[in-house]
Structure formats: C-alpha cells, structure tokens
Write a protein that binds this ligand. Structure first.
Ligand SMILES: O=c1nc2n(C[C@H](O)[C@H](O)[C@H](O)CO)c3cc(O)ccc3cc-2c(=O)[nH]1
Ligand SMILES: C[C@H]1O[C@@H](n2cnc3c(N)ncnc32)[C@H](O)[C@@H]1O
Ligand code: SF4
Length: 328
C-alpha cells in the first residue's frame, strides 16, 4: 500500500456540451436544439477561474464534447465568438487561466498531432480516457471512441512529452479480459514514451434517461479486482486514481489506488453532477489514517523532468514545493 494518497484542488469548466459522439452512458452531451446546449463565453468563464483561484485551486479542468465543430449550429456559435475551431478557443482560455494563476488540464476527446502540439505549451497536463480497447455497444455512434483512434491520441501525447492522464471505464459492456487488455495497452504506451502519470479506474454510473439507465454499475468486488489488476500490470510510477464522489475509496486504497483526482470547492462534477465532491476534511475521513497530500495537475516526476513550457514555469515554481507537491 502507498505511504500517502494524493488529490488536486480544481475548477471544472465544461466549455461546451456539444459533441459529435453519442456515448450511451453520457448525460453531459446535449443536442444543439436542447435548451441546455451551450458554448461558454470568456466573461462567463473568468469569474469561475477567479473564484477557484481564491479558493486555493491549482488546476482548471477544461472538459467538453469532442469535435463539436462537426455539429453545424456549434460552428456558428464559435464563429460568433471569433474562432474557427475549438482548439484555438481553448488555447485562448488556457492563456487566461494561466494569467489567473491556474494550471490548465484539457480533456477534449481525441485530437490530432497538430492540435496536441498547439495545446501542449499551454497545459500542465492533458487527458483522454482510453475507456476500453473493446468494441462495445455503448460506443456505437461514437467514432471518437474507436479504440485505435484513442490509442493514436495517447501515442501522439507521448511523442510530444505531455504529462498524461488516461483511464478505463468499468461496466460499459467490456469483459474482464478486455479490462486486462486495456491496461496492458496503457502500460505499453507508457513503456514507450514514459508520459502516463495516472490511470483512472472509473466506475460507470447509470444515469436516468440514457440508453444505459438500467445497466448495473460495477460491483465493489469488480472495482477491487480492477484496481488490483491495474496495480499488478501498470508500472509503479503510474498512479491509480479513483473518484471519491463515485465510490468509497477506502478499500480501493488498500488495493493500490493512490490518487483521488481533482476535487473542487467551487464547481460541480459536470460529468457526474448527481454526486457532490467531498470536501478536503471529508476526504481525510474517507482515507481514514492514510496521509493526504495535495498535488498539482502535473505529477512531481514531470516537474523534475522539466516536461512543461516556459509559459508555466513561474506558476509551477510558485505553486510547487521542493518535492513537486502543492506548496503549503
Ligand atoms: O471531476 C472529474 N474529473 C475528471 N477528470 C479530471 C481529473 O480528476 C484531474 O483533472 C486530473 O487528475 C489532473 O489533476 C478527468 C481527467 C481526464 O484527463 C480524463 C477523465 C477525467 C474524468 C473526470 C471526471 O469524470 N470527473
Ligand atoms: C471524462 C470521462 O467521464 C466518463 N464518463 C462519462 N459518462 C460516465 C458515466 N455515466 N459514468 C461514469 N463515467 C462516465 C468517461 O470515461 C469520459 O471519458
Ligand atoms: S462521454 Fe464525451 S464523447 Fe461521449 S457523448 Fe459524452 S461528451 Fe461526447
């Protein structure tokens, strides 16, 4: 078991919920005609960043629908803001976040090499869930969830030396063999590029009004098994993350989970809005005796290796202690 467990204080900015995919477990995505459909403007985002900074956050998580540009109405909204593609808009948001004193972590869905290259100097770390290497019914109608395309994005991130978060979603129709295969794939990518800082073992949670509303969540036994297998397969320098708003982390920590991900004092989990994040004091109770340590969105080993751009140098220096954790 680990000496301590880490977490990161963040704000979650769901830039747009328009998405070209249609994952059958997702309630984040909206049709463009839905009254809740949105593309957030800078004047809406700035106060979220400033509140987060005041509340002691170090990270802004930009998560949004994949290649929304492929949805015609969205293209119009984006052009009204003066941008021809989402990545350019996200780059601008990252610059604003850095000026506010937050380190960006972008999870955009799949991206090509050029897009990752643009985002790299403005992000402390980036992420893309592999989800699974299996072809599951949950991903029918989601071209971006074809395993080979996701692996390609994770590979490009490795070539570009981007500290990277990935993970698997448990309970979306994949078998135990598929879980093992997915973890082996991540381990291989890390062996080649050394860029995987953490792997999220995320339990699928059924949401009302989705095609998977009546599918069961994985059992606690399955989650324990998944974390144990992940710890066995993944090299020691990769942290295993579980989400404390989706599952009680206590036993999973005994099994090798060592990170509780981003938790936010000021924003909700837009992907799992039904469950609130615990506060830091609640987290302390949850880990029951294990030391809790606050980290930045990029892990200490990547600060030591200098895997960040000059744009982030001063901010990382101000936020990190000598060991690469959050300065207190
Ligand atoms: O609040 C959430 N944060 C999610 N995060 C954010 C994560 O908790 C932190 O941003 C990272 O640990 C970096 O600090 C993700 C990041 C990724 O790169 C990929 C997937 C996720 C998924 C979630 C999620 O479901 N909810
Ligand atoms: C950001 C990540 O959130 C995860 N995600 C999306 N919908 C759900 C759900 N119903 N339950 C758990 N995780 C989900 C996917 O793995 C996505 O990649
Ligand atoms: S999980 Fe991501 S890719 Fe899938 S529909 Fe939801 S927003 Fe789109």
């Amino acid at each position: 078991m680990n000496e301590f467990v880490t977490f990161c204080r963040n704000v979650f900015v769901p830039v747009t919920n328009i998405c070209r995919n249609n994952c059958k477990y997702c309630t984040f995505r909206c049709d463009p005609d839905d009254p809740d459909a949105k593309l957030m403007k800078i004047d809406e985002i700035l106060p979220i960043l400033e509140n987060g900074k005041k509340a002691g956050c170090t990270e802004v998580l930009f998560t949004f629908g994949e290649y929304a540009e492929q949805v015609p109405k969205y293209k119009e909204w984006l052009e009204e803001l003066g941008y021809s593609n989402t990545v350019d808009y996200i780059c601008e948001l990252c610059k604003i976040a850095i000026n506010t004193g937050l380190l960006p972590h972008t999870n955009a869905g799949i991206l090509n090499y050029t897009e990752l290259e643009k985002l790299k100097p403005l992000n402390a770390s980036m992420g893309l869930m592999l989800e699974t290497t299996a072809n599951v019914a949950a991903h029918e109608g989601s071209p971006g969830k074809i395993p080979s395309t996701r692996i390609k994005t994770i590979r490009y991130a490795g070539e570009l030396h981007i500290p990277f978060t990935t993970g698997i979603l448990i309970g979306i129709g994949e078998t135990l063999d598929d879980r093992i295969n997915s973890l082996l794939t991540i381990a291989e990518l890390h062996e080649e590029y050394g860029h995987i800082q953490e792997v999220i073992i995320q339990n699928f949670t059924p949401k009302p009004d989705t095609p998977m509303a009546d599918m069961p969540s994985p059992t606690e036994e399955e989650m324990i098994q998944a974390v144990l297998i992940a710890r066995e397969i993944l090299p020691d320098d990769i942290a295993i993350q579980v989400a404390p708003n989706l599952i009680d982390p206590y036993i999973l920590i005994q099994c090798g989970a060592s990170d509780l991900g981003g938790i936010s004092p000021t924003t909700i989990d837009w992907i799992n809005p039904e469950t609130e994040w615990p506060s830091v004091s609640e987290l302390k109770e949850m880990v029951n005796g294990t030391e809790l340590k606050e980290r930045l969105p990029l892990y200490p080993q990547y600060i030591k290796k200098g895997w960040y751009s000059d744009n982030l140098k001063e901010l990382i220096h101000n936020l990190a202690d000598d060991d690469g954790y959050r300065k207190i």
